[in-house]
Design a protein around this ligand. Structure first.
Ligand code: ZN
Length: 654
């Protein structure tokens, strides 16, 4: 039998093209934001922290033919500080405040050009005391290109008005407290518009009526809601409902769709029922189950996860799945800072992947993962976590490659590492955490739940993959002989913020009739694994199921036992403080290193750049290194290759 010795090199060629899924999520509309003019104040930190918002009664009149709003916002609040004598809201200076009413009287206010509405209270309000205040206003909402209040048309000439306030846009159209630390405990929303239109919003539609000129409706929402998730959309909608049945309960999916789009979207919208049932199975409940879920069509290409009423530009399976997932990840539990936006977006992106896995072919799912990895690794840097200095850059906060795709694939990697059961138990524990539910979360809150369930310390995993930048590339050298495989895993990182990614490395060992997925956990660079298999493996394939984020990986099959360097010998071995390398053939030597099993470099010759002759010896002295007993790795590198040898240090004799 002729033995064919082949070297298989698998080069994962990267494409930097942006994937088709981009149009299927809420990313593109965010790209239009430009908020450079906003000051740091709008992060919400330190602003309006002397009161706790309990309730808003929001009353708006909008005419879809006019870029204009007339409103009254009644706020019920509780004083948080000892005695407060002023309140602040955010409201663009483009809008005119007509009056502020407190205890039935008009009171003084200052509407600053910076967009702060400061109201001076005629009395002190004691700590924990409840009180209310109403702001009446009108005018043209601020049009800063962010799309927070939009007048548009559909079907050639039918007018529509919709709002979209994430991340900083509520202030463009209503006086609000736009922080990420105080949800409004509940809201009532009253909308008046021209007859012939319907208005979609948050919560339950309590009542609607009309007179000869106007249409009126009342929406009631009795769950805590972040200001940016309050929204309205008004046009000549057609309305219809689907119903989800689960656990002897029924849940309404209420849809507001352009009349001309109903026929085209009807069957896709119905798919929401399957996705809702699937999520309830996975996560155990729907957060707003006493009310409803719904869709309102709008003129943007993506979607926006307004609480209990997502606004949708189309109804692809991915977009439906993405926006619905946000009801758990984003609305029910909201990121506590825009630095943690991945807790919203990466989870929703992970979930639209889950839906693809559940409802599409295995190949479609693999292609999705492959494309996501390809997009993530199209640039060498970038962290999932948004750096503190970047929270005012909406393009950075909603960076599709990082906040959506990379975070989603990190979650996928955790799912692979922890296993299906532990991963989803941790996610359910996170969702049921009393300190997070209907409130806000930070990255560490999620990490703790994964650690509690798995019993693993994930701090370095999170440090590498969430806060650190870049990704690993692997060089896998393997030597198969009969049922035995020797594998060396070398790792190179694309960004200096991470020197070594601690994640499993999946390798498919393929034999003639059998294969097996090996999952190796390198703890340091150039680690060697000796593996016994039940069959003879001829080939290794790198991560064929796209479990980990990596790129430009290289596999090299050796036909000689690469560890037993035939080109040199070491004397003595076990080694002592000094040892000698004797070269057996002419070699170009670039560098010699000795590392311990944690990857720590004990000895580094530096750049040698010399040719050694057969028989030539080199002395290495490790005096002063206090070598502990155990294994060490000697590596001799030339320009294109290297040889390694395991050395031993014996314990001291008693
Ligand atoms: Zn999203």
């Amino acid at each position: 039998m002729k033995k064919i010795l082949a070297i298989y090199i698998f080069l994962f060629i990267l494409t930097s093209s942006i994937t088709a899924q981009e149009n299927d999520c809420d990313y593109p509309l965010r790209q239009l934001y430009s908020l450079n003019h906003l000051s740091e104040t709008y992060r919400g930190n330190g602003f309006a922290e002397n009161y706790d918002l309990k309730y808003h009664r929001l009353s708006w009149f909008v005419n879809p033919n006019e870029y204009y709003i007339t409103g009254e916002v009644m706020s019920l609040f509780k004083a948080v500080n000892d005695s407060i004598d002023f309140l602040e809201f955010e409201l663009t200076h483009n809008l005119t405040v007509d009056s502020v009413i407190f205890h039935g009287e008009k009171i003084a206010f200052l509407h600053k050009t910076s967009g702060i509405l400061r109201v001076t209270l005629p009395v002190f309000i004691r700590k924990n005391q409840l009180d209310s205040i109403s702001v009446f206003y009108h005018g043209q909402p601020e049009n800063n290109g962010s799309g927070s209040f939009v007048k548009d048309i559909h079907n050639s000439n039918i007018p529509i008005i919709w709002t979209l306030s994430q991340p900083y846009g509520s202030r463009d159209w209503w006086p609000c407290k736009h922080s990420l630390n105080d949800k409004i405990d509940s809201v009532d929303i009253f909308i008046k518009t021209l007859k012939g239109n319907l208005a979609a919003s948050n919560g339950i539609l309590v009542s609607e009526n009309e007179d000869s000129l106007y249409y009126y409706c009342h929406w009631k929402h009795r769950y805590p809601i972040a200001a940016y998730l309050v929204a309205i959309a008004v046009t000549n909608y057609t309305r219809f409902s689907d119903w989800v049945f689960y656990d002897n309960k029924s849940l309404e999916i209420l849809n507001y769709i352009y009349p001309e789009s109903v026929a085209g979207f009807r069957s896709n919208i119905q798919h929401t029922i399957d996705v809702m049932q699937f999520y309830i199975e996975k996560f155990g409940f729907y957060p707003f189950d006493k009310e409803k879920y719904g869709h309102a069509q709008f003129g943007r290409n993506g979607g926006m996860e307004h609480q209990t009423m997502s606004f949708m530009g189309h109804f692809s399976e991915m977009l439906v799945a993405h926006e619905l997932a946000h009801q758990w990840f984003g609305d029910y539990i909201t990121c506590n800072s825009w630095q943690d936006i991945w807790l919203n977006e990466s989870f929703a992106t992970f979930c639209d992947g889950l839906v693809t896995q559940r409802f599409q072919t295995p190949q479609t799912y693999l292609n999705l993962l492959r494309d996501r990895i390809s997009s993530i690794t199209s640039q060498p840097g970038g962290s999932v976590f948004v750096p503190a200095g970047d929270t005012m850059s909406v393009n950075r906060v909603f960076n599709y490659r990082l906040s959506y795709q990379k975070g989603a694939m990190v979650l996928n990697m955790l799912r692979f590492m922890l296993g299906e059961s532990a991963f989803f138990t941790a996610v359910r524990n996170y969702l049921n955490d009393p300190s997070l539910r209907f409130s806000y979360a930070r990255t560490d809150d999620l990490r703790k739940h994964f650690e509690q369930v798995s019993g693993q310390d994930l701090s370095s995993f999170f440090q590498n993959w969430i806060y650190g930048e870049g990704f690993p590339s692997y060089k896998i050298t393997y030597y198969p002989v009969k049922n035995h495989l020797t594998i060396m895993i070398e790792q190179f990182t694309s960004h200096p913020s991470v020197s070594f990614f601690s994640n499993p490395v999946p390798l498919l060992a393929k034999g003639l009739y059998q294969d097996s997925l090996l999952v190796l956990y390198p703890q340091y660079n150039s680690q060697i694994f000796d593996i016994d298999l039940a069959f003879q493996a001829d080939t290794l394939i790198f991560d064929p199921y796209y479990h980990i984020i990596s790129a430009s990986n290289l596999l090299i099959k050796k036909n000689i036992p690469f560890e037993e360097g035939t080109k040199f010998i070491v004397m003595p071995n076990p080694i002592s403080e000094t040892f000698e390398i004797q070269f057996l053939e002419q070699l170009y030597i670039k560098n010699i290193t000795l590392t311990d099993l944690s990857g720590r470099v004990i000895y580094d010759s530096g750049d040698l750049g010399k040719i050694v002759e057969p028989g030539e010896k080199k002395q290495v002295s490790l005096a002063g290194f206090n070598l502990k007993p155990g294994f060490y790795l000697l590596k001799i590198t030339n320009n294109f290759n290297y040889s390694v040898k395991r050395l031993y240090v014996l314990p001291d004799k008693p």
